[in-house]
Design a protein around this ligand. Structure first.
Ligand code: SF4
Length: 331
């Protein structure tokens, strides 16, 4: 049987600006304050990243009661509810907020519209920490829908002032279908001016749409908990290309490549490039002789670090500011 000949790399793939920033916050906090640094939930949903930060001195917890008094605590990129934010403040931790600014943008929109009397329909996946964080911006009046069937069932308290928000890492196409169902049932629903699905999710899905028809199998590098990585694998499969998701090169199986000459490779927004390179090396052992990057959007977006962790790019020295605050930092 024919072995893989060529690997086509999706562009863009892998780390986004929010993931870069979140990891840098943990690393700089460890450098500045010393280990251990506590992180609420996996900083980003990737096994390699989490293990790497554990080795550097991060301790990942789910319950704030597991953090000792006076410790430094980082909120993960997915964001937290108001209740978690308040509990962390009440416990007096030294807090750095690694919530992706694009998730914070959704939180701010929810808070603003809630003050104007809006209720919300949130499109997202139940139990995902980002959904818990966004829904937890309010005590009530925010209703989760996961699919079109949920839209038919949802019962807002009023429909005069109803707004829709979405998780940032959804399938763009699924979210559009669910949004259309929301609009059909609630014609006056307010939608965000700019979609809540983030640029990184959109760009990686667009790249898979270009990649999939050109290859015989798609490999997505990502952890099982990573929402946007799962969506990439599903998208490739929906487009008719057999697709697998792997957390590391060890999970690749030789039979996936039998009779498949062209292998498409991409990575979720939380998967580091080193894992992509390890996957390439493994596929080369199976026979691939060439690796080609597809043309794609070049992402230049970068988010600033929170106060207390900023470094001057020119000098490499820390930018001195007032004493680190207690409570989440602005960004
Ligand atoms: S996937 Fe999007 S929302 Fe999530 S961290 Fe990256 S840029 Fe932010």
């Amino acid at each position: 049987m024919q072995a893989p000949q060529e690997i086509l790399l999706a562009e863009p793939r892998g780390f986004c600006a929010g993931v870069d920033r979140a990891i840098e916050i943990v690393e700089r906090a460890i450098q500045k304050f010393g280990a251990p640094i506590y992180v609420r939930h996996e900083i980003v949903h990737n096994t390699y990243v989490v293990n790497d930060l554990k080795a550097k001195g991060a301790i990942f917890i789910e319950e704030l009661s597991d953090v000792p008094p006076g410790a430094t605590l980082v909120f993960s990129a997915h964001g937290v509810s108001k209740a978690v934010e308040q509990e962390a403040k009440d416990r007096g931790f030294h807090i750095f907020d690694a919530t992706c600014p694009l998730v914070t943008k959704v939180h701010v929109e929810v808070a603003k519209l809630a003050k104007e009397g809006y209720e919300f329909i949130m499109i997202g996946h139940k139990g995902h920490p980002e959904v818990e964080g966004t829904m937890g911006q309010l005590d009530h009046g925010i209703h989760l829908v996961e699919d079109v069937a949920d839209v038919a069932r949802v019962q807002p308290g009023q429909t005069d002032k109803l707004a829709v928000v979405t998780q940032t890492t959804l399938s763009v196409d699924d979210a559009a279908e669910i949004s259309a169902a929301v609009r059909a049932r609630f014609p006056s629903v307010r939608e965000p001016k700019q979609q809540d699905i983030c640029y990184a999710t959109q760009n990686r899905q667009d790249a898979v749409k270009v990649l999939s028809p050109q290859v015989d199998v798609v490999i997505v590098v990502g952890s099982p908990t990573s929402s946007n990585s799962n969506r990439l694998r599903e998208l490739a499969a929906k487009l008719g290309t057999t697709a697998y998701m792997v957390d590391s090169a060890d999970e690749l199986q030789g039979e996936w490549f039998k009779g498949r000459a062209r292998v498409g490779l991409t990575a979720g927004a939380s998967a580091p490039e080193i894992l992509v390179q390890q996957v390439i090396d493994r596929i080369k052992v199976l026979g691939a002789v060439s690796v080609r990057s597809m043309a794609g959007i070049e992402e230049t977006i970068k988010f600033p670090l929170p106060k207390g962790l900023k470094i001057d790019a020119a000098t490499g020295l820390e930018i001195r500011e007032r004493a680190p605050e207690t409570g989440p930092s602005a960004h």
